[in-house]
Design a protein around this ligand. Structure first.
Ligand SMILES: *Cc1c(COP(=O)(O)O)cnc(C)c1O
Length: 359
């Protein structure tokens, strides 16, 4: 792909000069390209980070054709930078595009855009423990029309910004509220796509339970409201007897997390067994009470592993035996060691970006 790189504007800031806030501090540059029926993907550019300007009748603002991704760049001990399984995120971006009737990107061009952007902004990849550069690829429908149909034009852009450690003082457990009042996604719906509407549908319940002391909502399947699906914007896993890790099987309404998949692949090499199964909430609550389930944790790019200390359901708290427990801590260390390049990567999960001037 031919990416035009525009010079920085007068508002460019010195990298990491000020205290950064995840999700609010962004680097000086962004990537963007456009799609039209006549020209396909075109005009790929890295430009100064800037506001976007839209007609009020732009399709995304009305019918929600929007997808995104979340991945990170990690500072290695040798000063170079790692991406973690970026191929998986790229493939998922295209699966999301397909589900939302949007245009797919060329996976190699998308990856090249990420690599070029991170290399240009390499000074923004922080050096602190647990810190990283968050990468947010996005695509939106840009046709100006209130007609209900797949948009005939799209904007694909990538923004990046520094992220602190999700847990600043060790693995701090989260409390989870099990809701059977609302659902996040339904089989046949868009739950397996990373699209804004899934998040919008989750906000009412997650805001309601916050003042009750729960940081996340555990979502059940939408049809029977009986099977465990996801926790907030993370996948969920249960540890039986300190040895066996079980995560809900992909149902069509569960987002296929890269971290979830990495845990499944890593676990056997760390001495655990791992499997996917249809998990009934009743069984899970019973096994938490009996102590057969020793740990519960969420998995996702942001936290990597987020231990859960209790599940609130029907006015009762089911307290998990260990939070954080040894399996969560072990997985967290093993995964982050690979991500940051502190340990060998026998799985071929990392892509190293060479930083100019670092030997
Ligand atoms: C992004 C996301 C996840 C986690 O996926 P990772 O690839 O591990 O970051 C899980 N559930 C939902 C709903 C998500 O949007």
């Amino acid at each position: 792909m031919n990416i035009t790189i525009e010079p920085l504007g007068p508002n460019a800031r010195a990298p990491l000069a000020e205290k950064f806030v995840f999700g609010k501090t962004f680097t000086n540059r962004m990537f963007m390209q456009h799609w039209s029926e006549e020209r396909g993907w075109h005009d790929a550019r890295i430009v100064p980070y800037q506001s976007l300007c839209f007609d009020p009748a732009t399709a995304v603002l009305h019918y929600g054709q929007e997808i995104f991704e979340g991945t990170k760049a990690y500072r290695r001990p040798d000063g170079h930078i790692n991406l973690f399984r970026p191929w998986e995120n790229t493939a998922r971006f295209n699966r999301s595009a397909e589900r939302m009737a949007m245009q797919k990107v060329d996976p190699e061009a998308h990856l090249e855009a990420i690599i070029t952007l991170v290399r240009l902004e390499h000074e923004w990849v922080p050096y602190g423990e647990g810190e990283s550069l968050y990468i947010r690829p996005t695509m939106i429908a840009t046709e100006v029309s209130l007609g209900v149909h797949a948009s005939r034009s799209y904007l694909h852009y990538i923004i990046t910004g520094p992220a602190g450690p999700y847990f600043s003082a060790g693995l701090k457990p989260i409390s989870v509220f099990v809701t059977d009042r609302y659902v996040r996604a339904v089989r046949g719906g868009t739950g397996a796509a990373k699209t804004g509407g899934n998040y919008a549908a989750s906000l009412l319940e997650s805001e309601r339970v916050k003042p009750l002391g729960y940081q996340q909502v555990l979502w059940l399947d939408a049809i029977e409201r009986k099977y465990v699906e996801e926790v907030g914007a993370m996948n969920i896993a249960f540890v039986y007897g300190g040895k066996h890790i079980v995560t809900p099987e992909l149902s069509g309404s569960i987002l296929e997390g890269v971290t979830r998949d990495s845990v499944l692949k890593l676990a056997p090499d760390l001495g655990y067994t791992a499997s996917e199964a249809r998990l009934a909430l009743d069984d899970v609550l019973r096994d938490i009470e009996s102590g057969e389930i020793t740990e519960v944790f969420g998995t996702g790019t942001a936290a990597v592993i987020a231990p859960v200390d209790k599940l609130g359901y029907c006015g009762k708290d089911y307290v998990v035996r260990f939070a954080p427990g040894p399996v969560a801590a072990h997985l967290y260390k093993a995964l982050t060691d690979i991500q940051y390049g502190r340990a060998p990567d026998p799985y071929g999960w990392t892509y190293k970006i060479e930083v100019p001037g670092v030997s």
